[in-house]
Design a protein around this ligand. Sequence first.
Ligand code: SF4
Length: 431
Amino acid sequence: MGMFCYQCEQTAGGTGCTKVGVCGKNEDIQSLQDTLMFALKGIGAYAYHARELGARDEQVDAFMHEAMFSTLTNVDFDLNRYIGLCLKAGEMNLRTMEMLNNAHVARFGAPTPADVTVGTKAGPGIVVTGHDLLDLLELLKQTEGKGINVYTHGEMLPAHGYPELRKYKHLVGNYGTAWQNQKKEFEEFGGAILVTTNCVMIPKDSYKHRMFTCGIAGVEGVTHLKNRDFAEVIKKALECGPLKENITAKTSTGFHYSAVLGMADKVIAAVKAGKIKRFVFIGGCDGAKPGRNYYTELAEKMPKDVVILTAACGKYRFNYQDFGTIDGIPRLLDVGQCNDCYGAIQIAIALAGAFNCGVNDLPLSLVVSWYEQKAVAILLTLLHLGIKGIRLGPTLPAFLSPNVTKVLVDAYDIKPISTVEADIAAIMQGK
Ligand code: SF4
């Protein structure tokens, strides 16, 4: 169903509408406005986290206002201007991710690589999901000395890399995988659950009573905690009693760009010696849709001389596997949360500098899984930087009209993912 058009005074594209294509609500303008709105939501999430840590950027705030205003009905009929606004959103998202990165490092220290156990340890436990590291820090402070183990879930995994978070010995490990598995994983967990941000599934009745939300997150029928006062979730964890020792796997995280650039000499030497043939970024948002096993298989079947960079919750498709090393360099480098795609970009820029070429000339391929608004903002950042040849899946976003898709394909060589075998063959040929 089309939008109501105040120029035609009826549904755009409906019977009698003679102005589709000029009234500002043709499908291409609509598509770009939707893209812009999704990106703004993603930027808003990152800016919110940065603001909680005391960082803000007037230029980003001003852009948010301009971009929101630009989506008002019939304010602008110029397709090219909307394309420009979408690319500007990518630029502003880069500023925002940088601001958040700097705020995280200032508060929690620069991450360093960390091995992390997956599963539960004996004793009462709280699992923390979402993205807000400040919530986790406050919970760690308030649970210290209480005999409660704290676990990361989903996008909280990178917390283990930050010195000011991992110094708490009761931050014992990671539990579970990505958001879409919460119902099964939280039901089995048995302890208390703290949800800090988005990507929360409506809980089952079986564990609703031991789930709590805080900050931006909220679920009807679940207790919401204010002002980072976690007394209730702590009480619930103790009431729930001890969890069983059940370590199921191990993984690693903390390959912040500063840690990766710290081993730049080794990486450059391995590339020059032909031991590293390519870098492939495989990551982004995960989802429940069938077909996302593509990302597991892609990582598994990548030739052994390929280093895999990853970020966001898409990594749970494969991050429990041992990918080995190349001359001491781990073949799987988890740079962090989705906002830490900023770090992956810094690594690419540094490599381009070291090899005296452009980012598009590097032996680097990007295979991005997308699900929600932050992924849209990050995609626009990559386009703003002029990065070409990104593979996007599991499908191209439905809000991209055929014409907008054509613009992206023509200008940026964006392609949908294909089969694992075909994509690996093309990637290894630099296509
Ligand atoms: S990476 Fe995306 S899908 Fe995954 S938890 Fe974060 S916002 Fe949600």
